[in-house]
Design a protein around this ligand. Structure first.
Ligand code: NAD
Length: 485
């Protein structure tokens, strides 16, 4: 592969990047449907022609198993591109809306227009998909875009910089690699939207920087995602789905991974047995040797996770796993039973392969317990109890939800994906991505007929009566006012 362009790193270069993009955007180039289609096609070609390089970069950054890397990242991006290419004309079409008597005769429509020059700041856990999925929305909506990938996944960041530099329109799609200094320099510029994925502490920095320029933001953050496990279920299927959504998703380094389980005291041991049995089926007797388990991203995060495990408040609580290997950055799937609410593991987002189980006397108590915490990005329940399920959907506020499944709501492009409260603001996926990077411009059109004198001064009692009749929308009242009855 040919080397990519030299990466812009200094604040000065960052300022030039933003100015260059603004002048390209002003030329109208990115607004044309042809430009949008050509860029989406280039991105699609990158995912197919460079699949091997992408999988290798993900293996290098996260030791991500090929099946996970392909399905969650490569396919995630290519399917988004394909959908955008298929639906683009429909998404771009103005949406006709009804108009009222007040403006009769008139037509109304909502026109989607690009926002301008947008900034996408991404994270490391799905470094390919979470960088390019928002970029697809930005391009589909007709914006010029700067992508700032996460420096924590350097191989994927560098590969994206090279591939996008080589195959995308360099005048309107740019990658700026780097960490805090580069992101800080980028945040000093004026953007028309900032799309940020990462933790909520940095989310606050992003929001503060955006406020200076009155820039709208999407914040895709994290949180503690609960899983309620009732006792009237197919336990084997539930255990497999929990394992798949936790450990088969990047060793739990996933924003929508189960963060803790709530079940009854009575049922907890059965659940532990089922998890233990299925974990052994999936990862063998020594999971640290399994090639199907991602590593922890770096030693900083490894040490953060082992600190949660070594907290004296969870001493003696490990019922599955607990093994670790700092040299290989691997931690076995680990389940902790009956942890207390004041333990470290229950007071921060885990974002790794530890899964505490909290027990309650009655399963209905789980809802109150979840609601004592910040609103999570996702909440899950396994149950066959219709009333309990409905209560869960009604009473728990979360970015998204699955019943009897984990994380798969993300796979549906017809469902918006985003957080609420502490887990974020705004949403994307499918058409919601296009909408996230568009301004919905209302356009009312009239001719010169039907110009009602009643709206103009001098105001008279009859004009007021007529106006009230018009506002009521009642044809009879309007006729009465007209004939002075
Ligand atoms: P990270 O360390 O890669 O940081 C994210 C981005 O912020 C990076 O591009 C980084 O360069 C930038 N950044 C870091 N410090 C900064 C600073 N001081 N000023 C400006 N920019 C800065 O990723 P992370 O935060 O460790 O990501 C993990 C978090 O992201 C978790 O909380 C997880 O739940 C969340 N997440 C959310 C989603 C989602 O879609 N909602 C997806 C993945 C991860």
């Amino acid at each position: 592969m040919a080397p990519g362009p030299v990466v812009d790193r200094t604040a000065q270069n960052v300022e030039r990047v933003s100015q260059d993009l603004r002048s390209v955007y002003s030329s109208g180039k990115t607004k044309s449907v042809e430009w949008r289609v050509s860029q989406l096609k280039s991105l699609l070609r990158i995912t197919t022609h460079y699949e091997k390089d992408i999988l290798e970069a993900l293996r290098s950054d996260l030791n991500k198993p090929e099946l996970e890397a392909f399905s969650h990242e490569v396919y995630g991006v290519s399917s988004s591109c394909e959908l955008a290419l298929k639906e683009l004309h429909r998404w771009m079409m103005p949406e006709k809306v009804k108009t009222s008597m007040i403006n009769f005769p008139s037509t109304g429509e909502i026109v989607s227009e690009p926002l301008g020059v947008v900034l996408v700041i991404s994270t490391w856990n799905y470094p390919f998909k979470l960088s390019l999925d928002p970029v697809i929305g930005a391009i589909a909506a007709g914006n010029a875009v700067v992508l700032k990938p996460s420096e924590v996944a350097p191989a994927t960041s560098s590969l994206m910089s090279n591939l996008l530099g080589e195959y995308m329109d360099p005048s309107a799609v740019k990658v700026v690699e780097g960490g805090v200094p580069e992101t800080t320099a980028l945040l000093e510029q004026k953007w028309d939207k900032i799309f940020y994925t990462g933790n909520s502490k940095i989310g606050r920095i992003i929001l503060t920087a955006a406020a200076k320029h009155l820039t709208p933001v999407v914040l895709e953050l994290g949180g503690k995602c609960p899983v309620v496990v009732d006792s009237n279920i197919d336990l084997k299927v539930a255990a497999r789905r929990i394992i798949s959504g936790k450990w088969a998703c990047n060793s739990g380094q996933t924003c929508v991974s189960p963060d803790y389980i709530v079940t009854t005291k009575e049922y907890a041991l059965k659940l532990v047995d089922a998890l233990s049995c299925e974990l052994e089926n999936f990862y063998g007797k020594d999971p640290l040797l399994s090639n199907d388990l991602s590593s922890i991203i770096n030693s900083r995060h490894f040490d953060r996770l082992t600190k949660l495990l070594d907290d004296e408040k969870v001493s003696g609580k490990v019922v599955i796993g607990g093994q670790r290997d700092r040299d290989k950055l691997k931690i076995a799937p680990t389940v902790l039973l009956d942890v207390s609410q004041d333990s470290l593991v229950m007071n921060e987002e885990i974002f790794g392969p530890l899964l505490p189980i909290v027990t309650v006397a009655k399963i209905e108590e789980s809802i109150g317990l979840i609601n004592t915490k910040e609103k999570p990005l996702a909440a899950y329940m396994f149950t066959n109890d219709k009333k309990l399920k409905e209560e869960f959907i009604r009473s728990v506020s979360a970015g998204g939800m699955c019943i009897n499944e984990i994380a798969l709501h993300l796979a549906e492009h017809t469902l918006p994906f985003g957080g609420v409260g502490e887990s974020g603001m705004g949403a994307y996926h499918g058409k919601f991505s296009f909408d996230a990077f568009s301004h919905k411009k209302p356009v009312l059109q009239r001719g010169f007929n039907g110009d009602v004198a009643a709206r103009y001064p001098p105001y008279t009692p009859w004009k007021l009566k007529f106006l009230k009749a018009m506002l009521s929308g009642n044809i009879l009242s309007i006729l009465r006012a007209l004939i002075g009855w």
